[in-house]
Design a protein around this ligand. Structure first.
Ligand code: ADP
Ligand code: MG
Length: 254
C-alpha cells in the first residue's frame, strides 16, 4: 500500500469509532498568517486514552484550546458528549464535563494543596468534595504535603496537584498537555497509575505527549498532527510501521 493509501485507510478507521465522546470536523484557526489548525478532523472514543503527537508547532496545544473553549475556531464543528461546543465559553464547556491541564500548572499559589483541590470542586462538582479531596490526595501520593502551600511544592508535585484539580471536577473527558514532561520517573509513575484507574472508572483521556515510551504504554490509539492537520492515526504499532509518519515526527528537532 502506498503511503497515501495507507493514510486514507487509517482516516477511514478514525471515522469508524463508534460512540465517540469528542468529534472534531474540519476545524480551522489562523493566527495572522499561521494556520495553527488547518482542517482538523478527529475523534476520541468513550473510555479511550487517545494520544496526540506531532512536531513542535504542529497545532496540538491550539487544538486543545479550541476544544476547551479558550480559543474560538474560525470555522468547523466540535461535538463533545453530544453537545455542539465550537466557540462556546470555556466555563460552559467545563460544566459539560471537559477538563484540561496546561503545560504550566495554573494553581492558587497561596492556598494549600487541599484548598486547591476543594477550589476546583467548587468550580464544578461540590457534592462529596471533601471525601474526593482525600481520595485524590491518596491517589496522587500528596497526603504528606496536603497542608503545604502550592508555591512550596516541587515542580513535579505542582503537576500532580494540577492533575488533582482536574480529577476533582469529575470530568468525563480529560485533556492532558504534556503532563509528564520533565517530571521525575516516580511522579510519572503516579500519574500513569492515576490515568489507568480513572479510565477504569469510565473517564476518557486525550493526551499530548512527547515521550514515545509513555505513548506506547498508555495510549490505545495515537493521532499524529503535522502543520495544523491530522496526518494519520492508529495503534502505536500501526504508526511505527508507517515510516513516513515516523520521519515526519522524529526527523525534526522538538
Ligand atoms: P504545538 O502545541 O503542537 O507545539 P501550538 O498549537 O502551540 O503547537 O502552535 C501552533 C502554531 O500556532 C505555532 O506556529 C504557534 O507559534 C502558533 N500559535 C499558537 N498560539 C498562538 C497565539 N495565541 N498567537 C499567535 N500564534 C500562535
Ligand atoms: Mg504545545
Amino acid at each position: 500500500m502506498s503511503g497515501t493509501a495507507q493514510v486514507q485507510a487509517q482516516s477511514r478507521a478514525v471515522a469508524a469509532i463508534d460512540d465517540p465522546i469528542l468529534v472534531v470536523r474540519d476545524v480551522h484557526k489562523h493566527f495572522g498568517g499561521i494556520k495553527a489548525s488547518n482542517g482538523v478532523d478527529l475523534e476520541v472514543g468513550r473510555r479511550e486514552i487517545a494520544g496526540l503527537i506531532g512536531p513542535n508547532g504542529s497545532g496540538k496545544s491550539t487544538l486543545f484550546s479550541l476544544v476547551a473553549g479558550t480559543v474560538a475556531p474560525d470555522r468547523g464543528q466540535i461535538r463533545f458528549d453530544g453537545h455542539d461546543i465550537a466557540g462556546r465559553k470555556a466555563y460552559t464547556i467545563a460544566r459539560l464535563g471537559l477538563a484540561r491541564t496546561f503545560q504550566i500548572p495554573a494553581l492558587f499559589d497561596n492556598m494549600t494543596v487541599t484548598e486547591n483541590l476543594l477550589a476546583a470542586a467548587a468550580e464544578g462538582q461540590w457534592d462529596g468534595a471533601r471525601q474526593r479531596a482525600d481520595e485524590t490526595l491518596a491517589l496522587l501520593h500528596l497526603e504528606a504535603v496536603a497542608g503545604n502551600r502550592a508555591s512550596d511544592l516541587s515542580g513535579g508535585q505542582q503537576k500532580l496537584l494540577e492533575f488533582g484539580r482536574v480529577i476533582m471536577r469529575r470530568a468525563s473527558l480529560i485533556l492532558l498537555d504534556e503532563v509528564t514532561a520533565g517530571v521525575h520517573p516516580n511522579i510519572r509513575k503516579i500519574i500513569l497509575e492515576a490515568i489507568a484507574r480513572l479510565r477504569k472508572e469510565g473517564t476518557s483521556f486525550f493526551v499530548i505527549e512527547h515521550d514515545m515510551e509513555m505513548v506506547r504504554n498508555v495510549c490505545d490509539r495515537i493521532i499524529v498532527m503535522d502543520s495544523g492537520r491530522v496526518v494519520t492515526s492508529g495503534t502505536f504499532d500501526d504508526i511505527v510501521r508507517n515510516s513516513e509518519v515516523m520521519q515526519t515526527y522524529l526527523g525534526r528537532p522538538q
